[in-house]
Design a protein around this ligand. Structure first.
Ligand code: NAD
Length: 336
């Protein structure tokens, strides 16, 4: 029986890369009934609502979604649909692997680290306002809970254990944010006692940013709060060659949404030059989640082969000799 899965194609480059991902998944032979839903800018145009109830109902029913990027207006306008979905389905864990591919010109080779970002709390709680009518000051409240910290830190340790990883680095700012970051670090230190087989250390965020650039090989699994995780995962994708190859999974207790780390890239939307690899690799993570391990591996191997060969890749990977989004997807399909 085919899997029923919600598809939110997204806006900007969303449509281009999502359709490429669907073709690749189809080519693996895994059968999926896509329930296509509009959210974000497209849904505002059609339904005057960035997150229509139909989208929520569809994900609630199917429990798994593949999502293209959604634009969030800066400063003004509607709140992030991405954040709203993570909160709605308690997708507390944002898993963002950063892995080197042969054939990508990047600062480092052989990087293989995983960022586990807390996905629902702290400065993304959406509790913010101007303090007066003149807008002379603004306040954002970042809430970190013991329960929220425990579940994400446990996720990181369990992930490390089940994936043969040796070390968990906890990133915080507990020297200044003594309560929020302090609580997170306290939970991690206590929980590490339950995982004597996994080394744990901690780093203050500013030092961490420098250490990742100077020597990323010292890290394995990194777990951190929402805002730091958001920033560090882009930094990590920069280490391995950019956002075009960085996939992510938003995981909760019984629901999962898979997407690329990158956004809607309005600067290249419609030009057919967006790299589809990130959402294709996110699709592989989705297939793995569904238990379709063989199809997932085939996709990963095919993406790696196309990137290594280097003549059927998008402009971000090979600016001297590049193909379109669809042509790169075709090459991946040929290599499956
Ligand atoms: P972005 O990730 O969209 O783009 C950053 C840079 O990377 C741009 O130069 C872009 O061209 C390039 N890039 C991104 N994806 C690429 C790809 N697949 N192939 C080739 N190049 C790629 O970040 P931004 O410009 O800061 O954000 C644009 C919009 O996306 C904003 O509205 C933001 O809120 C939204 N966003 C959404 C998500 C999401 O849906 N999960 C994540 C991040 C940002």
């Amino acid at each position: 029986m085919p899997y029923a899965i919600t598809l939110i194609p997204g806006d900007g480059i969303g449509q281009e890369i999502s359709s490429a991902a669907i073709r690749v998944i189809e080519a693996t032979g895994v059968k999926i009934d896509w329930d296509v839903q509009e959210a974000g800018l497209n849904a505002i145009e059609k339904y005057k609502d960035p997150l229509p109830q139909a989208v929520i109902d569809s994900i609630a029913k199917n429990k798994v979604a593949l999502k293209g990027p959604l634009t969030t207006p800066i400063g003004t306008g509607f709140r992030s649909v991405n954040v709203a979905l993570r909160k709605e389905f308690e997708l507390y864990s944002n898993l963002r692997p950063a892995k080197s591919f042969d054939g990508i010109r990047s600062r480092y080779q052989n990087i293989d680290l995983v960022i586990v970002r807390e996905n629902t709390e702290e400065f993304y709680s959406g509790i913010e306002h101007y303090v007066d009518a003149k807008r002379s000051a603004a306040e954002t409240i970042g809430i970190v809970t013991r329960t929220g910290s425990e579940r994400i830190i446990r996720f990181a340790f369990e992930y490390a254990r089940s994936h043969g990883r040796k070390k968990v680095t906890v990133v915080h700012k507990a020297n200044i944010l003594k309560y929020t970051s302090g609580l997170f670090l306290d939970v991690a230190r206590n929980m590490s006692k339950e995982y004597p087989d996994i080394e744990m250390n901690d780093k203050i965020i500013d030092n961490m940013a420098m250490q990742m650039v100077i020597n990323p090989y010292q890290f394995d699994v990194i777990v951190t709060t929402n805002l730091f995780g958001d920033i560090l995962s882009d930094l990590a994708s920069g280490l391995v060659g950019g956002l075009g190859i960085a996939p992510g999974a938003n995981l909760g207790y019984n629901t999962a949404i898979f997407e690329a780390v990158h956004g809607s890239a309005p600067d290249i939307a419609g030009k057919k030059i967006a790299n589809p690899a990130a959402i294709i690799l996110a699709s592989a993570m989705m297939l793995e989640h569904l238990g379709e391990t063989d199809a997932a591996r085939r996709i990963e191997v095919a993406v790696a082969a196309v990137i290594k060969t280097g003549n059927k890749v998008t402009k971000d990977i090979n600016p001297d000799h590049f193909v379109t989004t669809d042509e790169m997807a075709d090459a991946i399909i040929e290599n499956l």
